[in-house]
Design a protein around this ligand. Structure first.
Ligand code: NAD
Length: 476
């Protein structure tokens, strides 16, 4: 049986008291590993290690930090196939997606290794001749990072990359479901020669860990990716110590398909995007608004393609979509479908759990879901697409923005005027037109409204771990 240990102060160790918890394969429901369950003593050791690690790492030159990150990148690349197999085993997504995710993780880390050397300050114009005024950027301090189960490599990689590039130390708590991938990434940094205490890994009960870490005076910055509900709890804890936070929370992304688009091509591209990671993506397209003239053609092509998806274990090369990551998602999606149908929505495809071991669910398409239905109000975070027609631009802008979320938004049109107007009208942090890619290493990913604030990736993703200090120097 695989075992995922804690990594504290440069050492792999069992939890104090020896407790551990089971990790399941969502394609079979079987226990495939156990993860050490951190006790309070372990968390305090990790905090002390991160405090010392910060004092070491902040003094390492950005060029040397960059070299360690690059070395870890080389090791992850060499181990990519093995890590992808672990990722699929503990999370469920197809092997092709797992390898793709590791590719993105590597690209992000490489980009941050380069950006490490660019934390530039600024010299300001002085008001008097004997004063020099300049701004310097410095690492903010030890970081508590919380990563989710939907991208077990990419999200830890982004947080670790930004923090280490800036000169911060990190305590990472990955999601309970996916400790093995995070441990493989941490192992690469260990093997790359990262000094002890700079990166620490803990597993256990999320609420216990986040409360202990965020309340500690050691931690200066919180980075969380997960649900809006948990983000609000962590922000409340961060507020007690007035600590900086990056919150990458949920989304409920709209897609506006205008009537100049090819309805069948647009529908096929949309199903491919929706089925990525079985819809368990914060930027997953969910609310589809289709201009009335092409509505029926789009709807029929979408539903047919959804029914044709080959759903199966992630390690079967024939599978186009894997299982959901945990049993909670099945319950949530089932409740959303029942609620929507009860309120008059029409089921066009799917709708049910697949009768086999593991957490498989059909790609589900609903039409005309009322605004007060659960599926419209809460993030489905699963293989659920909601379709409806629209007539005017003003009407669709209002409908697309009628949600507390504001992460990603999409439009499909060949008319530049429509694309520009729609991109500017969406209340969202990231927009894609005629494609579903909203994140690259150089571009900041972040939301507005209740989807959170702050950025990961890009120059903003390095700045997230830096403070700006203003220095006034009067010379004799
Ligand atoms: P959840 O809200 O219980 O947990 C979401 C994540 O937060 C998990 O990774 C979990 O480990 C972590 N978490 C939970 N309580 C925590 C706490 N007190 N302190 C620190 N971390 C904590 O929900 P879930 O059932 O695991 O996931 C479903 C919901 O989570 C979805 O509806 C979706 O909104 C959200 N989610 C979002 C993302 C994203 O990329 N933004 C990723 C995963 C999950």
């Amino acid at each position: 049986m695989l075992e995922s240990l804690l990594y504290i102060d440069g050492e792999w160790r069992h939890a104090a008291g020896g407790r551990s918890y089971p990790v399941h394969n969502p394609a079979t429901g079987e226990v495939v590993a156990r993860a050490a369950h951190a006790a309070v003593e372990d968390l305090d050791l990790a905090l002390a290690a991160a405090a010392r690690g910060f004092e070491t790492w902040r003094r390492v030159s950005p060029y040397d930090r960059s070299a360690v990150i690059r070395k870890a990148v080389d090791l992850i690349r060499e181990r990519r196939d093995d890590i992808a197999a672990l990722l699929t085993m503990e999370q469920g997504k197809t092997l092709a997606e797992a390898k793709g995710e590791l590719g993105v993780c590597l690209a992000n880390l490489e980009w941050m290794a380069e950006e490490a050397t660019r934390g530039y300050g600024r010299v300001l114009a002085s008001r008097t001749p004997d004063v020099r005024q300049h701004l310097v950027k410095q690492p903010i301090g030890p970081v508590a990072a919380f990563s989710p189960w939907n991208f077990p490599a990419q999200t830890p990689g982004r947080k670790i990359g930004g923090a280490l590039a800036a000169g911060c130390s990190v305590i990472l708590k990955p999601a309970e479901e996916t400790p093995l991938t995070a441990a493989a990434i941490v192992r690469a940094f260990h093997d790359a020669g990262l000094p002890k205490g700079v990166l620490n890994l803990v597993h256990g009960v999320p609420g216990e860990i986040s409360t202990r870490l965020i309340r500690s005076p050691v931690i200066r910055k919180i980075s969380f990716t997960g649900s809006t509900a948990v983000g609000k709890q962590l922000l409340a804890l961060a507020a007690e110590g007035v600590k900086r936070a990056t919150m990458e929370l949920g989304g409920h992304s709209p897609v506006v398909v205008f009537d100049d688009a090819d309805p069948v091509g647009a529908a096929h591209m949309a199903v491919a995007a929706k089925s990525r990671n079985a819809g368990q993506v914060c930027t997953s397209p969910t609310r589809f608004f289709i201009q009335r003239g092409i509505y029926e053609a789009f709807r029929d092509a979408f539903a047919a393609r959804a029914r044709d998806l080959r759903i199966g274990p992630g390690d079967d090369p024939a599978s186009q979509m894997g299982p959901l990551a945990n049993a909670r998602r099945i319950t949530t999606i089932e409740a959303m479908i029942a609620d929507a149908v009860g309120r008059g929505a029409r089921l066009l495809a799917g709708g049910s759990r697949i009768d086999r071991p593991g957490y498989f669910f059909e790609m589900t398409v609903l039409e005309n879901v009322p605004a007060d239905a659960l599926a419209k109000v809460e993030e489905p975070f699963g293989p659920l697409a909601l379709l409806e027609p629209f007539d005017s631009f003003e009407e669709v802008v209002a409908a697309a923005n009628d949600t507390p979320y504001g992460l990603a938004a999409y439009a499909v049109t060949n008319l530049a005027s429509r694309a520009t107007a729609m991109a500017e009208a969406f209340e969202a942090g990231v927009i894609a037109i005629n494609n579903y890619s909203v994140s690259t290493p150089a571009s900041p990913l972040g939301g507005v409204k209740e989807s959170g604030y702050g950025f990961e990736g890009g120059a903003e993703g390095l700045d997230a771990y830096l403070i700006t200090k203003s220095i006034m120097h009067r010379m004799e």
